[in-house]
Design a binder for this molecule. Structure first.
Ligand code: EPU
Length: 341
């Protein structure tokens, strides 16, 4: 049975805490319900928004269609070989719960991605990443339902066309599929990713030396770092990084570095450098600033915040102003990482 509701507040379903409304709303808990959805006229006729944890979107108006909240649960090991364990998770599984399940069972590869808000089904869409690891490194395949035909289709790694905060689901496949489950390939023998400076420092502060390293220790360190920098959406509305870190040419980087010697940058190819957007925004004086109840987080300038009761338009206004400042000062265009609806 499907329980289609109308005029539902989305406030508790987006981590910015924006009080937008859905014209129609349905929650999907099982694959059976997902199949039934294709017999519902509201579903076939209306514009659709597939919602996971609502942790990477900004509502700037009410949604005049059907919001499909994906809540399919379930984590199971589907296969094992000498080196790997394959773990399948329903689209609605909370991402951090999945990470904890893997860490507790000694399945390595996800530990650097601890405490990222959101659901498993949404994770491949922007190839979530943090502290030197991206989901594509452990992704095996996913199952998705074609919105037009209702048929299930498998996407393997190559078909997802992963990039930095990118996948096919943000481009050609955008709005065409509902991801129902994702299968990951975890390692029995861990490969520790501790190159990210903050991880090494935090492990040291936790008194963990290199020979004591475990995936649990890395997960704990990442949790500590995230808690110290990123606002908890339950307390301050936010969607993590609002913008992507921009990539610029090495020539442009050298030119800017001459004027701003402290500007950080990481090579991403022979000719390109990635610059932390948080640094650029901070240099423009935005860190900790707000306009009304919409602003820039005081501990991490890449995170825009709803200090209470802001509208999506107010947050977007801050985003435009931040973009403008960065472009005026550095000639660099910031692109949002968050989906603006
Ligand atoms: N920085 C500043 N001021 C700030 C913030 C950052 O100067 O206010 C500079 C510092 O030089 C710092 C560098 O930026 O060393 C990097 O900062 P941080 O380690 O916080 O990472 P980030 O590049 O700002 C990215 C991801 C985060 C992820 C972290 C850790 C993007 C868009 N964001 O942020 O992902 O957690 O790295 O790997 O790539 C998210 O996507 O929502 C997210 C939180």
């Amino acid at each position: 049975m499907l329980d289609i509701q109308s005029h539902v507040s989305l406030k508790s379903y987006n981590t910015f805490g924006i009080d937008a409304k859905a014209r129609y709303w349905v929650e999907i808990d099982t694959e059976e319900q997902l199949r039934t959805l294709f017999q519902v006229s509201e579903f076939l006729a209306a514009p659709k928004l597939i919602l996971g944890g609502g942790s990477n979107l900004l509502f700037t108006h009410d949604f005049e269609g059907l919001v499909v909240k994906m809540s399919i649960q379930g984590i199971k090991v589907t296969r094992e070989d000498a080196a790997h364990v394959y773990v399948k998770a329903g689209a609605g599984v909370n991402w951090h719960q999945l990470v904890l399940f893997c860490v507790q069972n000694g399945y390595a590869g996800m530990e650097n991605l601890s405490l990222i808000p959101g659901t498993t089904g949404a994770a491949p869409m922007q190839n979530i990443g943090a502290y030197g690891v991206e989901i594509e490194q452990i992704f095996d395949h996913l199952e998705a339902v074609d919105i037009l035909t209702g048929e299930t289709r498998i996407f393997n790694h190559a078909e997802c066309r992963f990039g930095y905060r990118e996948s096919i689901f943000k481009h050609e496949a955008k709005g065409k599929y509902i991801i129902s489950s994702v299968t990951f390939r975890l390692n029995k023998q861990p490969v520790f990713h501790t190159a990210y400076g903050a991880i090494r420092e935090t492990l040291e502060a936790m008194g963990i030396s290199e020979d004591q390293l475990t995936i649990k220790a890395i997960s704990d360190a990442v949790i500590r770092i995230r808690r110290s920098k990123l606002p908890n959406p339950a307390e301050i509305g936010n969607a993590g990084s609002f913008f992507k870190n921009p990539e610029i040419s090495k020539d442009d980087f050298a030119r800017l570095k001459a004027d701003y010697p402290t500007m950080p940058g990481y090579p991403t190819g022979d000719l390109t450098m990635k610059v932390p957007a948080g640094w650029l925004i901070e240099q423009c004086g935005w860190k900790g600033k707000h306009i009304g109840n919409a602003g820039v987080h005081a501990k991490q300038a890449l995170v825009l915040v709803n200090l209470g009761g802001a509208t999506g338009a107010e947050i977007l206004n801050v985003a435009y102003k931040v973009q403008q400042s960065v472009e005026d000062k550095f000639g660099i265009k910031l692109n949002p990482e968050v989906n603006i609806i």
